[in-house]
Ligand binder design. Structure first.
Ligand SMILES: Cc1ncc(COP(=O)(O)O)c(C=O)c1O
Length: 473
């Protein structure tokens, strides 16, 4: 049996360069800590995250000042925990909500846990890039006109691929319909610190904004921040109410090691963020210029509506899949990337990356370009099918054992799924509990299998648990 402790020690020495999260990139010049020596509880002088008044309050005030929020909260249950707290603050059991279909699974979990009934907003499709695009303001406008009873709107911006939506316009639409806007900006905590990145949702009028500090900034895994925008109070989301919701869902034993990593991350940004981010922007420009002579492999170019920190490598039309390219990057260039899906590979860069890291990535991309061949290929990308929500995710979750039945893949058409099916990574559901298995859903399953993409979520291979009474609903 392998021992995790020893495996981590071994891996740390192996020299694989992390083009993935966490954003500190294991660069000990940027973040260096002694976890065992620093792991304390709420001893005198170290405040209490449940009701911060001293040293932890200072951290939150620093975060608030850096982003220009109305209030900011330091959190240790990842963006998953902060998203749940944000949802809890904005609605109550049974409420209908408008959420982007490409939300992270934690948002679906929020629907299950709090009994929200989701109506989906679908992102545009970027044909050329084979990825989901932005949520258009007009999509939100239409959604709110058709569902004026919605308690809140929740969208993801940026997406895993770095695509941002026009948050300013979407906030204005939400406010004109008197509903708050929650933005899952988990992948955009760095946006506020250089103009090479899109504008942060915190400065575009959104009401609750969630950051994973660990994803794109130099902080330890599991850390996040929740920010309130200038209009949050108009929706009853005061600082106190928000804190209650966070406390409801967060551990009462927050790790001082995690919190110290956030404190240090923002202290460094406050002191020398400008210099550090200018150097990062320079490395990014250098990298994208270096990609201009690629012949077969395509690196999505820098553009204003996408985070350049997310390097998206497209192998569309070549004889390599994203998975194969990932393995080549690992074995031949000692680079571990963030994720691959279909014919894409995503490398996550951060302010903690070194020149050597960027050089290695550029060599890797050119290496792939030199080895691939162009082949005639069809459309390999997988689009999210339209969902037919029959019962709420909570009702699906609560179904008794005798109301559930396992059905083989070939007989699923028309059934109401009680399980998720995700394309993995990134974990966005193709089918969520409570939704009908339609022909479109089955076509996506078939395509995913043909493309050798990984479908996850189902408890048992070859079929799904569905509602016994599916046909009657
Ligand atoms: C868009 C998005 N939101 C939220 C999360 C959850 O973040 P965390 O892992 O910090 O809980 C993720 C995780 O990958 C994500 O991609």
């Amino acid at each position: 049996m392998k021992e995790l402790y020893e495996e981590l020690q071994r891996y740390a020495k192996e020299g694989i360069y992390p083009m993935h999260m966490p954003g500190h990139k294991r660069n000990t010049e940027v973040l260096s800590m002694d976890p065992a020596a620093w792991d304390i509880t709420e001893v005198t002088g170290f405040d209490n995250l449940q009701d911060p008044k001293e040293i932890l309050k200072d951290v939150e005030v620093r975060i608030k000042t850096l982003y220009g929020s109305a209030a900011s909260f330091l959190c240790v249950n990842g963006s998953s925990g902060s998203l749940l707290a944000a949802m809890k603050a904005c609605g109550k059991h049974g409420d209908m909500i408008l959420m982007a279909r490409n939300c992270h699974k934690s948002v679906y979990h929020g629907c299950m846990a709090f009994g929200f009934r989701p109506v989906y907003l679908y992102p545009e499709w970027r044909e050329k890039d084979g990825i989901s695009g932005e949520i258009l303001p007009e999509t939100v406008e239409l959604g709110l006109k058709e569902h004026p009873e919605a308690s809140f709107v929740l969208i993801t911006s940026p997406t895993y691929d770095g695509v941002v939506s026009d948050i300013q316009a979407i906030s204005e639409i939400c406010h004109s319909h008197h509903v708050p806007l929650i933005v899952d900006e988990a992948h955009g905590a760095h946006f506020a610190f250089h103009e090479i990145f899109p504008e942060t949702a915190v400065r575009q009028g959104a009401d609750l904004i969630i950051h994973s500090v660990h994803k794109t900034l130099p902080a330890l895994t599991q850390t996040s921040a929740l920010h309130l925008g200038p209009h949050a109070e108009e929706f009853g989301i005061t600082r106190e109410r928000m804190k209650e919701c966070i406390n409801l869902l967060q551990t009462t034993s927050p790790s001082y090691v995690l919190m110290a990593s956030v404190a240090e991350c923002y202290r460094v940004i406050e002191e020398c963020g400008e210099t550090l981010f200018e150097a990062y922007a320079k490395r990014l420009r250098w990298f994208y210029e270096g990609c201009e002579d690629l012949k077969k492999v395509r690196v999505l170019p820098m553009e204003s509506a996408r985070d350049p920190g997310k390097v998206v490598i497209s192998l569309k039309g070549t004889n390599l899949t994203g998975r194969e390219a990932t393995e080549i990057l690992r074995k031949q260039y000692q680079i571990e990337t963030e994720m691959d899906s279909g014919d894409l590979v995503i490398a996550l860069t951060s302010v903690a990356d070194t020149d050597e890291g960027f050089q290695r990535l550029l060599r890797g991309v050119h290496g792939l370009d030199a080895m691939v061949q162009m082949v005639p290929s069809g459309d390999t990308s997988i689009r999210l099918p339209r969902a037919e929500v029959v019962i709420s995710p909570e009702e699906a979750w609560d179904m008794e054992e005798n109301e559930r039945v396992w059905v083989e893949k070939d007989a699923l058409l028309g059934a109401i799924s009680l399980e998720y099916v995700y394309l993995y990574p990134p974990g966005i559901p193709i089918l969520a509990p409570g939704e009908r298995v339609t022909e479109d859903v089955l076509k996506v399953f078939e395509k995913a299998e043909a493309e050798r993409q990984v479908l996850k979520g189902a408890r048992k291979k070859g079929g799904l648990f569905v509602a016994r009474d599916s046909q009657r609903q």
